[in-house]
Design a protein around this ligand. Sequence first.
Ligand SMILES: [Fe+2]
Ligand SMILES: [Fe+2]
Length: 309
Amino acid sequence: MEYTPVRVSTLRGDQKIDFDLYVKLPTKYIHYAREGSQFNKERIIRLKEKKVRKLYIPADQEELYQNYISLNLDNAFSKDSSASVESRAHIAQGMTQASVEEVFEDPGSESAYNHAKEVTKKYTDFLLSNDKALSSIMEIQNTDKDLAHHCTRVASLSVNLAIEIGLSDKKQLELLALGASLHDFGLYDTDLNWQRPTSEMTPEELALYKEHPKKGAESLQDKKHLDQAVITIIMEHEELGNGKGFPQGLQDKKIDRLAKIVGLCNLYDRLVTFEGRSDEEAIKQMAFDSVGSFPLENINALKKILKSL
Ligand SMILES: [Fe+2]
Ligand SMILES: [Fe+2]
């Protein structure tokens, strides 16, 4: 039998699956979930714990999977969807994460980039039109410290922060969401174990870590399908207004406005996802660490958003 890979992040929501799912082992495929079963939250949590990102379907069931995806997209993004906000948030987060994974795996693909752009646009609309969208999205724990999941959490916070400080231009918000979704592209495919506190890194490891924004931006610079605003966010998301950020040590005035929004949200989510802080500890530390490094208006806005979740 021939098999086709499908991303676990696309298997979300209450819709029953009408195809068979298999797990790939070194020498064989093992049946994992039967057609007609529900792919519930517990299953997703277990797969995430095991760091399984792809499952397999029989190649002749691919059309069924495609139908499942379009119905899921409708459930999440259609204005007259009858699904709960929680279910919509799960599907929306998963579909966005999957589109980010595609770009990370194949940055040269114009169609993968355009697909991510299309999905993040719908994701932005969803965040803007639902008061409870952000809290449902932030409730999805990133237990396996997944890079694309971290990126979508940062994107979700960034859009809400931008709205809070009065940025309302739709085009800018969409570019912000896309840039934030791809901000750590430079960490994908690196030998360094970056999924741990920076305080545990050796000086050599830290030096390598500090190259990630430049490495990411430079490897995308020659791709004509990339938006410059996205490359700037990738390049400047670790800069701090006091000049102590990296890779360039830029001063506040020189840092791109959208990159500053992503930078602050990234600072918070790094504490929760990779530095082992609780949500409350991370809010406190983010507020403390960011003074003098980020605009006060942004810090207060993010604090307000996080406390309301
Ligand atoms: Fe980063
Ligand atoms: Fe990050």
